[in-house]
Design a protein around this ligand. Structure first.
Ligand code: ATP
Ligand code: MG
Length: 571
């Protein structure tokens, strides 16, 4: 649900837009690292990491964390590790590991040799646990899950010590080894840190270190039937790898004391990493939790993880967003310490800014209406040159064929227009982009009265932007394609996937799915495009002039059936 602060965040939109001019100030993490380097902390070394759990595809929120972690490493000439935090065997899969790697590379970052898995450390983590037991800092607890919860207390009630808390070291070691050997059922016992059941921080009330899970792991197979908890594995993996700055999202702030406890109580670690928290990125009109995205995929509400409407990086890639746009966005929104809800408009304006300079200009008619020029000889044609980019003469131009039969967009004609309609109407003039001025004098209808054709005359002296013979000013310019030469393509238009700014806030009895926009995909089966797009490239982006930015759909488009995705409309 939106809070006052969120509204303020949306208001901060203007401020972010202003940063466009001056670039963002250094963020608090840059400042911390700068100071650490100046003080020669960790010998001046900077190591960060991006630690995804391979239980889904990456989304735009992860992209922010990737840009931040890899960006800081780059800036301070350090390194950023990619570490899969694979401590939950039930939900994790190799498919996700591969997609995550692909997405990070696509974003433009390289982990080099620094690819790791928490599961690489299962042996070490186990040894650390035995050390903690020997030091009297961990014990095997035989309370079941419900009892553990009851003993923990809550925010107002202090916890109670587990009756197993005083087990002697020898017994703990024996039990822990038997847990590992598979002698106990799931849930029969756990290994817990011995910290403080009365701590005001619930995370310090003897948190779990290990639980029994008789599940095969996607990398270690059947080797283990006990798995470390994320909160235990994470700081120790950081320390084993020599991470210096462990940057995570705000919800881990209360976990930091336990993070510190782990790296302070396990001996002989390579480094003493520190955890810093920043605000998770949230965007209006999107949901970002992997669990909810998975639900959309599983229930067939989208076509897959890479559906172009999804906020996943694979969806965004297929949609046609460029990694440059995502990096620009991550930089522009900066790094906040407090909850951050960003207006989707800011993201889209980054996408447009990037595409404006990167997209080839072409003409495409999404809803074709035939236009016949009566004073242009049938059978005759001429070539018209059209620039590929208005600000980039180096990109050259392309040749279009002009003749007496063209298509224009239905929306550029009105039979009874209001006075401020500067496009075509009976008795009115308009300029055809890159070509001539035409005047419509009549329409042709089919049996049902629908207009099927416009009859026009053209003014031969107006070629290439020249004024009309009578010197009249023609305000409107519209796009067109040749009726004979243009090619057919399917065009997919996308609207927001959710129809409300905050899809996750729902009244009792409803779910976020009820906020899906039923019109988020509009398919135009037969648009008409200029013929050069027959050899459109999967690597390029195109501006369909006056309409928006488009690219070939990497999954469904082929030389027999062209399919274009709308990336974003024009401002
Ligand atoms: P989700 O809540 O979407 O399931 P997660 O936090 O469980 O995400 P992880 O795979 O654990 O997903 O995330 C990897 C890293 O990405 C973590 O360090 C996490 O803090 C960061 N991250 C995840 N979501 C966001 C977000 N919305 N904004 C910024 N960073 C994020
Ligand atoms: Mg997580």
């Amino acid at each position: 649900m939106f809070m006052k602060k969120d509204i303020a965040d949306i208001a901060a939109k203007k401020e972010i837009a202003a940063k466009k001019e001056i670039g963002p100030a250094t963020n608090f993490l840059q400042q911390i690292i700068e100071k650490d380097v100046a003080e020669n902390k960790n010998g001046g070394r900077v190591s960060t990491r991006f630690p995804p759990e391979p239980n889904g595809y990456l989304h735009i929120g992860h992209a922010k964390s990737i840009c931040l972690n890899f960006g800081l490493a780059e800036e301070f000439k350090g390194q950023c590790h990619l570490r899969f935090d694979d401590t939950n065997p039930e939900t994790e899969e190799t498919e996700y590991v591969e997609s995550i790697k692909e997405d990070i590379r696509w974003l433009g970052f390289d982990w080099g040799k620094n690819l790791f898995y928490a599961s690489d450390y299962f042996d070490q983590l186990y040894e650390f646990a035995e050390q903690l037991i020997r030091d009297g800092k961990a014990y095997v607890c035989s309370l079941n899950e419900d009892q553990v919860r009851q003993y923990r207390g809550d925010f107002t009630t202090p916890g109670k010590d587990s009756p197993y808390r005083q087990r002697p070291v020898g017994e703990n070691l024996d039990l822990f080894r038997r847990m590992r050997a598979g002698e106990f059922d799931e849930g029969a016992c756990t290994l817990r840190a011995k910290i403080d059941m009365k701590s005001p921080n619930m995370n310090m009330r003897d948190p779990l270190l290990y639980r029994i899970k008789k599940v095969a792991h996607h990398r270690t197979g059947g080797k283990w039937c006990i798995y470390p908890m994320y909160d235990y594995a994470h700081p120790l993996s950081d320390a084993v790898e020599g991470i210096t700055h462990s940057i995570c999202t705000l919800e881990f702030q209360d976990h930091r004391p336990f993070y510190d406890w782990c790296v302070e109580n396990v001996r002989n670690l390579k480094s003493r990493p520190h955890q810093y928290e920043f605000a998770r990125l949230n965007l209006t009109y999107l949901v970002m939790s992997k669990r909810k995205l998975l639900q959309l995929v599983k229930e067939g509400l989208v076509s897959g993880w890479d559906d172009p409407r999804m906020p996943t990086l694979s969806g965004m890639r297929r949609r046609g967003y460029r990694p440059e746009a995502i990096r620009l966005f991550a930089q522009r929104i900066g790094v906040a310490k407090a909850h951050q809800l960003i207006d989707i408009d800011i993201f889209e304006s980054c996408v447009r800014e990037d595409l404006d300079q990167a997209a080839h200009r072409v003409m495409a008619v999404l809803d074709p209406l035939k236009l016949v020029i009566e004073n242009y000889p049938a059978g005759q044609s001429e070539e018209i040159l059209a620039a590929n980019h208005p600000k980039n003469p180096d990109w050259g131009s392309r040749r279009l064929t002009f003749s007496n039969e063209l298509f224009i967009d239905q929306k550029d004609f009105m039979e009874n227009p209001p006075p401020d309609f500067y496009r075509l109407a009976p008795g009115r003039q308009v300029r055809l982009r890159n070509a001539y001025v035409v005047t419509c004098h009549s329409v042709v209808r089919d049996g049902s009265g629908k207009i099927t054709e416009l009859r026009c005359v053209y003014d031969p002296v107006t070629r290439g932007g020249k004024p009309t013979a009578d010197g009249k000013k023609v305000k409107g310019i519209i796009h067109w394609v040749s009726a004979k030469d243009s090619i057919e393509a399917e065009v997919r238009l996308y609207r927001r996937l959710f129809q409300v700014p905050d899809p996750e806030s729902v009244p009792e009895g409803k779910t976020f799915r009820d906020n899906l926009n039923p019109h988020s995909l509009v398919v135009i089966p037969k648009a008409r495009l200029e013929p050069g797009l027959r050899s459109a490239s999967f690597n390029l982006r195109y501006q369909f002039e006056r309409t928006g930015y488009f690219c070939l759909d990497s999954r469904d488009s082929n030389s027999h059936h062209l399919v274009f995705n709308q990336i974003v409309d024009l401002p």
